[in-house]
Design a protein around this ligand. Structure first.
Ligand code: ADP
Ligand code: MG
Length: 609
């Protein structure tokens, strides 16, 4: 062991369903992969060869060998209960220690050093005994647990609460819906101190219930064709397929489940719609809202006094959860940090603070706006009311792919126009229209023909909208540069431009005394040919004037080099680029122009050297 390593304290989210480990070093936060995944199932088992397996491998065998597999041990922490594994019994602390040991090993392998100290999170409702049990599990795994912190506190820390330089006081609601448990807390941040004011929950409510409900639905549908019900093993297999379908339904309006030979005679192939799924889980969601109301009341505040809502736990990826909270509390919940990882990240931040390391900030790329589709949302005496129906909401981490279902309004409608809007309002007149396209040749069917509209937004803010007629698969798509619409990007372009001119000034001020170079102001002209910059809709004028300015300056530099004389092949390359510039400008093809200028700039840079 190397004594020269600086102190390092890892952060661990020891979850009922999944666990994860993160570390903050030199102001940088990393979630450490375990067997290639950022979360590890909190499952321990003995495989058929007698080998101990932890994590995904253990989860995989839970279907075929439930008696050799331990799940959800966290529910037993702080009790005298034991878990059985191949005829031997283990205390919850011991099973938890196996999970923690696996995370510790992954951290050591990733960091290339030994790790001996950790911060571990627990639910706010954990009592003293449960906390001590968690601490003991840590020791058993060879970890000194420097601190046990509450999961909602960790989530708040990850979202930047309580950072020493902010004196902002805030009241946060942390809504955590995991695999097997739900809890909600009101967290108060005051003078940099983060404190849980009230917390409620249900230790038997989570994504697992949703999987079970879907499995029962699948069995019901199966019984319509095959009389008998499923044996336990087939039920477990179906449930695991249903979990995948459920996750799919968070991003798509439909999921297909195909499981062959559930019994020697029964095959299931069924489609589940997001709508049906949402109906199915509604009673549980309503139950979570009761908890939310009670927690707010217990904290001695009203919903209006909440400053932020944070989503934690994998199951909060369900759109219905986000929508329900938004409707009830009239505030958009924050979900830009991965809800499965936010607790481990917060634990790592606490760990860094204890290790005397700088507090890292979490940076995520998120969608700065809501993107919606114009659709009929109701009727009044004037006729149809059109509104913007969000497909991707503001604050969603990028890249993202999300789809929603729309239906035709008229019998035998043979085309639909998809109009894409950017903005937070339901009212299209308050949003920005950023693109539209037509899907023609729809089937000759009555109103209600299902059209799936999918948005994909990449890291550069390019939105690809695709509309597909569900019954035929007929599809049409367009790509829209949303970055061109962002005010923030115009600002960035201006800054860019200022930097370009500074750079230009610094490089050329002495030897450019000729009148030719009078570009002390941004000019929208390229050498006498006036260019109308207002015409192209999706390229900000600032962007194109920057390009034109740089075209002009590169042209001057190229002229000088050609005068001085350069090798023939280079001269030819320069002439090719110079000739291409006016063509691109004429076509207002700014992307093409940018490419040409980049090439030319590289060439000049190399020749001027
Ligand atoms: P825990 O805190 O209990 O360990 P997690 O926060 O890891 O649990 O949440 C696990 C649950 O989240 C599982 O039921 C899983 O199926 C569900 N889940 C994960 N991703 C999604 C998703 N994209 N949509 C809906 N549910 C999801
Ligand atoms: Mg959790």
């Amino acid at each position: 062991m190397n004594q020269n390593f600086p102190p390092l304290v890892i952060g661990i989210d020891l979850g009922t369903t999944n666990s994860s480990v993160a570390v903050a070093q030199d102001g940088k936060l990393t979630v450490i992969p375990v067997n290639g995944q950022l979360t590890m199932p909190s499952v321990v088992g003995i495989d058929p060869t007698g080998k101990l397996v932890v994590g995904q491998a253990a989860k995989n065998q839970a279907i075929s060998a439930p008696e050799n597999t331990v799940l959800s041990i966290k529910r037993l922490m702080g009790t005298d209960a034991t878990a059985e594994l191949v005829g031997k019994s283990y205390r919850p602390e011991e099973i938890s220690a196996l999970i923690l040991g696996e995370l510790k090993r992954a951290a050591e392998a990733h960091l290339g050093r030994s790790v001996t100290q950790a911060v571990i999170t627990v639910p706010a409702f954990f009592n003293e005994r449960q906390r001590l049990a968690t601490q003991d599990a840590g020791s058993l795994a060879g970890l000194e647990v420097l601190r046990i912190i509450n999961e909602p506190t960790a989530a708040a820390l990850a979202y930047g609460a309580g950072q020493s330089d902010t004196s902002e006081n805030e009241t946060l609601l942390v809504y955590d819906l995991g695999g097997g448990t739900f809890d909600v807390s009101v967290v108060r941040v005051e003078n940099g101190i983060v404190e849980v004011r009230a917390s409620h929950g249900d230790i038997h409510l989570g994504g697992d219930d949703f999987d079970e409900a879907l499995t029962n639905l699948g069995e019901e549908r199966l019984r319509e064709k095959h009389a008998d019900s499923l044996p336990a093993a087939a039920h477990r297999r179906l449930k695991s397929a249903m979990e995948i379908a459920k996750i799919h339904l968070s991003d798509e309006p439909f999921a297909t489940v195909r499981e062959e030979y559930l019994t020697p005679a029964s095959h299931l192939e069924t489609e589940i719609s997001r709508y049906d799924y949402e109906q199915l889980i509604d009673p549980w969601l309503v139950k979570t809202l009761d908890c939310v109301q009670r927690t707010i009341a217990d904290a001695g505040i009203t919903a209006h006094q909440l400053d932020k809502i944070m989503l934690v736990g994998g199951a909060t990826r369900t759109p219905a959860v986000q929508e329900l909270l938004m409707r009830t509390l009239d505030m958009e919940p924050r979900h830009e940090i991965n809800p499965d990882l936010v607790v481990a990240m917060g634990a790592a931040i606490q760990g860094a603070t204890l290790a005397g390391q700088p507090t890292p900030a979490i940076l995520v790329d998120i969608s700065a706006h809501t993107y919606s589709v114009l659709a009929v949302v109701g009727h009044d005496f004037m006729g149809r009311i059109l509104g913007c129906c969000p497909v991707v909401r503001r604050g969603t981490p990028l890249p993202v792919t999300k789809a929603d279902l729309f239906t035709t309004q008229v019998d035998f409608q043979e085309k639909v126009e998809v109009q894409v809007y950017q903005g937070e309002s339901d009212d299209p007149s308050e949003n920005l229209s950023i693109g539209e396209f037509m899907v023609t040749g729809l089937s000759d069917v009555p109103a209600g023909n299902e059209i799936i509209v999918q948005f994909h937004i990449d890291l550069n803010g390019l939105l690809t909208a695709t509309a597909t007629e569900k019954r035929t698969g007929l599809a049409k798509s367009v790509t829209i540069d949303t970055a061109g619409q962002h005010r923030i990007n115009l600002d960035a372009a201006r800054t860019n431009l200022a930097a370009l001119f500074e750079e230009q000034d610094a490089a050329f001020s002495e030897d450019d005394e000729e009148a030719e170079d009078e570009d002390d102001e941004f000019t929208s002209e390229y050498d006498g040919e006036s260019v109308d910059l207002s015409a192209p809709e999706n390229e900000g004028p600032a962007n194109s004037s920057a390009l034109l300015a740089s075209a002009k300056s590169l042209r001057n530099r190229a002229g000088k080099l050609l005068d001085q004389g350069v090798p023939e092949t280079d001269a030819a390359a320069i002439h090719t680029s110079l000739a291409a510039i006016p063509v691109a400008i004429d076509a207002r093809d700014w992307n093409q122009l940018r490419t040409i200028l980049d090439t030319l700039s590289d060439l000049l840079f190399y020749l001027e050297d």
